[in-house]
Design a protein around this ligand. Structure first.
Ligand SMILES: *[C@@H]1O[C@H](CO)[C@@H](O)[C@H](O)[C@H]1NC(C)=O
Length: 318
């Protein structure tokens, strides 16, 4: 038997912390109150994913290409990606993961970012690949970014949704995260769910469950399609274009790229009941985003899908 402890422990700094506190305080009434609190409120309250913990870039990530276009600040707690007319750049996670919660704080390219795309996504490595995408499409100064999301299962994507954001994503850092378990994939912007993709295996829709994914991020030029469908070209006199990152939180079940399941499947926090569906508050937020900020939704694109894709009803997309 391999020695298993290192798989669980180093990834949960807060558990260590909690453990320490419990020991040092040695106050049973305190833990009792916590248990009571969880019983009363834990079930009724909104359950956002566990609070991400900021770690330096190099803990979880490595550059993928154009290494000299990534700049590091403050010991790697913050990084910047540069795009100029020679190249963009990107990075990827060291590990691959089957389920978990993955979060990044990003401050997108400010000013004239037309033609640029910044992406943060999860992807498996093989041909029939699974993928969970955030893509930020830049725009001319003062014009709004578009956030496009997509889900690929078994090599098939074509599930684009596009929204405007309710804030200027170039002014401050905002967190973009994915919660992925056996039951659902939820895209969050800060604490707001902007999209859910439920496991609709029973409806004949493939669901990512047996291929570990790595995380990727990149900044590149896509002025053939990104801004107003490719009408707005990248203005290279404004280069370099800079996107800033921090956070780098990964809390997933690490598995080899060939693994078919996660060793701790069913036992981690994201597997538990309160993360298997959105709660009332989260659905209301999701409906608010859909109602106010949606630009495009493949679910309602009759020219593309004469019959609605089966997962759309399940996801309450329509
Ligand atoms: C850019 O701005 C135009 C004009 O406001 C808008 O139609 C478009 O959706 C915006 N975003 C992108 C990425 O094209």
């Amino acid at each position: 038997m391999p020695y298993l402890t290192p798989i669980t422990f180093p990834f949960f700094p807060w558990e260590e912390e909690k453990g320490k506190k419990m020991v040092s305080s040695s106050l049973p009434p305190f833990s009792f109150i916590v248990v009571l609190w969880l019983c009363f409120f834990g079930l009724a309250m909104a359950t956002p994913p566990r609070k991400p913990i900021d770690v330096p870039f190099q803990k979880n990530y490595v550059p993928t290409w154009a290494f000299d276009h990534i700049k590091y600040f403050n010991g790697g707690n913050e990084i910047q990606l540069y795009l100029d007319k020679y190249t963009g750049t990107g990075f990827q996670s060291k590990g691959s993961y089957l389920f978990g919660h993955f979060s990044m704080q990003i401050k997108l390219v400010p000013g004239d970012s037309a033609g640029t795309v910044t992406a943060f996504y999860l992807s498996s490595q093989n041909s029939e690949h699974d993928e969970i995408d955030f893509e930020f499409l830049g725009n001319r100064t003062g014009q709004p970014y578009i956030l496009q999301t997509n889900v690929f299962t078994g090599g098939k994507g074509d599930r684009e949704q596009r929204i405007y954001l309710w804030f200027d994503p170039t002014k401050d850092y905002h967190s973009y995260s994915v919660l992925w378990n056996m039951y659902q994939i939820v895209f969050f912007v800060d604490d707001v769910p902007i999209r859910v993709f439920k496991n609709s295996k029973d409806l004949g829709v493939r669901y990512p469950f047996n291929q570990p994914m790595k995380l990727y991020s990149s900044l590149w030029n896509a002025d053939d399609w990104a801004t107003r469908g490719g009408l707005e070209k990248t203005d290279w006199s404004k280069a370099p274009f800079v996107a800033a990152y921090r956070g780098f939180h990964i809390d997933g079940c690490e598995a080899s790229t060939e693994a078919k399941f996660c060793a701790t499947q069913g036992l981690r926090w994201w597997d538990q009941k309160e993360f298997q569906d959105l709660d009332g508050w989260q659905y209301r937020r999701l409906m608010w985003v859909r109602g106010k900020y949606t630009i495009y939704n493949y679910c309602t694109d009759r020219s593309r899908y004469s019959t609605m894709p089966p997962e759309c009803k399940r996801d309450r997309d329509v």
